[in-house]
Design a protein around this ligand. Structure first.
Ligand code: ADP
Ligand code: MG
Ligand code: ZN
Length: 494
């Protein structure tokens, strides 16, 4: 008996097209700077404005970055790769075509592992190709469909992009978020990407809803090709953050499921994620490949990448480094995760751990430093050039020159709030632990001045020692170490 629409168990299928802005000093086909500019249309030249007679030249740095990403994603990098023109008419595209790659992209068939909840998942990468970014449109007096007029800025036109296309391997919006987080981590480790740059990661997400029975069977990633092709999917554009991706896709999944349950068909179309309203809106029916009239970019010769592939090396990636931190330094999973979250933090940690006890280094970098930074909404990059000061702080603790409490509550916090170095703070706040002699004198004085407490101590009264410690702390202005004082008192009272 056929199930009614309402009874059908439905599952979500998602595939991504992620546009990553590659960190290169100049654009992909001309020498214009990629630094953000105050004024619109100031980082332009005849090439990126598409003026007649201008010719593109490939930026080596962009190719190198793409090869690095390809290696990190375990992708196949072909012997040679080519560029194509993708034709469409739109104001952000001055040439009326975008130089991109078509049938032999620079990276093919890779994968990336990520953790969704407690589960490890492998997302297969279909391809990654180089292309130029279009310009940016500024809609004035409204959004894309309600604006009075639109201005165009070509500063971004021609910036190097790598478009990474996944297979439809996601089964939930949470999975997408986990993947994007992991992808950013890897890109950042490779040094080809700057997450803090506005719009440096933009996602188009394809989503369809299929019968739950169709999932985890045979076929492509557990779903038969027929089912994948038959399912009407929407492509959601304008997603620019991990959180945005999760929200947009949760909305879209619910919208499609509701349509199906009510017996309505899902249109195959392109939809726009309206971040401020938290909904997706229909933009246009989805264009097809043939609409773009791809043809060879005759102004650029095929690119031989075989040698580059051999020569270009990539650094240790986050998963491997995490594993090594656990083994080499005996760190907990949690500490290893925190300390490898960015390459900079990991390098920082290893630098401190090389000089001090790795556990002590982990406590000070992962818990204290990152904790205080987080509390202040600061990033580890804000202290990138203060490694020596952090090391000095750890040294002050390791050599017992200041108390842990003072190191944490005064020195570190003042370092971050005022930008001063640890020694200056210790000196100004008089935090140096009082020298042994002074403590010894204070211990003796406390005993002389408090015979009652001494008697109580000998009678086995627990509180008496604490009282005496308190007296010594007072005499030394709080700069003695309470543990040391306790020990000295006990010896003195033997
Ligand atoms: P197109 O040629 O229409 O752009 P592609 O085959 O290149 O389509 O795939 C584009 C994206 O759509 C890929 O990320 C892919 O994983 C995803 N995709 C393909 N089929 C589905 C589906 N049934 N549901 C969701 N996403 C899909
Ligand atoms: Mg596509
Ligand atoms: Zn230019």
């Amino acid at each position: 008996m056929a199930q009614t629409q309402e009874e059908r168990d439905l599952a979500v299928v998602i595939g991504l097209e992620v546009h990553v802005q590659l960190e290169t000093e100049t654009k992909i086909f001309c020498g214009c700077s990629t630094e953000p500019a105050e004024e619109p249309n100031t980082r332009t030249c005849p090439v990126c404005l598409g003026l007649p007679g201008s010719l593109p030249v490939v930026n080596e740095a962009a190719v190198e970055a793409a090869v690095k990403v390809g290696k990190a994603l375990d992708a196949t990098i072909p012997e040679r790769t080519r560029f194509h023109r993708k034709n469409y008419y739109y104001p952000d595209l001055p040439k009326n075509f975008q130089i991109t790659q078509y049938d032999d992209p620079i990276c093919q068939d890779g994968e990336l592992e990520c953790t969704v909840g407690d589960e490890r998942r492998t997302i297969r990468i279909r391809r990654a190709h180089l292309e130029e970014d279009p310009g940016s449109l500024k809609h004035k007096g409204g959004s894309i469909d309600t604006a009075e007029y639109t201005l165009v800025d070509y500063n971004r036109a021609g910036v190097a992009l790598l478009e990474i296309v996944t297979k439809p391997d996601f089964r939930s919006p949470e999975g997408v978020r986990a993947f994007l987080t992991k992808l950013e981590e890897v890109l950042e480790y490779l040094g080809v990407f700057d997450a803090s740059r506005d719009g440096s990661l933009r996602v188009d997400a394809n989503l369809s809803v299929v019968d739950a029975d169709a999932v985890d069977g045979d076929g492509d990633g557990g779903i038969s090709t027929d089912v994948l092709e038959d399912a009407n999917r929407t492509e959601v554009k304008n997603i620019s953050s991990h959180k945005g991706a999760q929200k947009a896709l949760s909305y879209e999944a619910t919208r499609q499921k509701n349509a199906i349950r009510r017996g309505r068909a899902v249109e195959q179309e392109t939809r726009h994620w309206d971040e401020s309203r938290g909904i997706t809106v229909s933009m246009r029916s989805k264009e097809e490949e043939k609409d773009y009239r791809y043809f060879r970019e005759a102004d650029l010769p095929p690119l031989e990448v075989a040698d580059w592939k051999e020569q270009i090396e990539i650094p240790e990636l986050p998963d491997a480094r995490r594993e090594r931190f656990r083994e080499e330094y005996g760190l907990s999973d949690e500490a290893a995760d925190k300390l490898t979250s960015t390459k900079q933090v990991a390098d920082f940690y290893e630098d401190v751990a090389a000089e001090f006890d790795p556990d002590l280094a982990a406590t000070w970098v992962a818990d204290e430093l990152l904790g205080e930074l987080n509390y202040r909404d600061m990033e580890s990059t804000d202290v990138a050039d203060r490694l020596d000061e952090v090391k000095r702080l750890v040294e002050l603790v390791a050599t017992d020159e200041i108390t842990v409490k003072n190191a944490r509550e005064t020195v570190l916090r003042t370092m971050l709030d005022e930008g001063t170095d640890p020694d200056t703070i210790v000196e100004q706040a008089g935090l140096g632990k009082t020298s042994g002699d002074e403590v010894q004198q204070a211990v003796e004085a406390a005993i002389d001045e408090n015979p009652d407490a001494v008697e109580d101590y000998h009678d086995g009264e627990g509180g008496a020692i604490n009282f005496l410690v308190g007296q010594v702390m007072q005499k030394t202005g709080g700069s003695a170490d309470p543990g040391d004082v306790n020990q000295l008192l006990r010896e003195e009272l033997k």
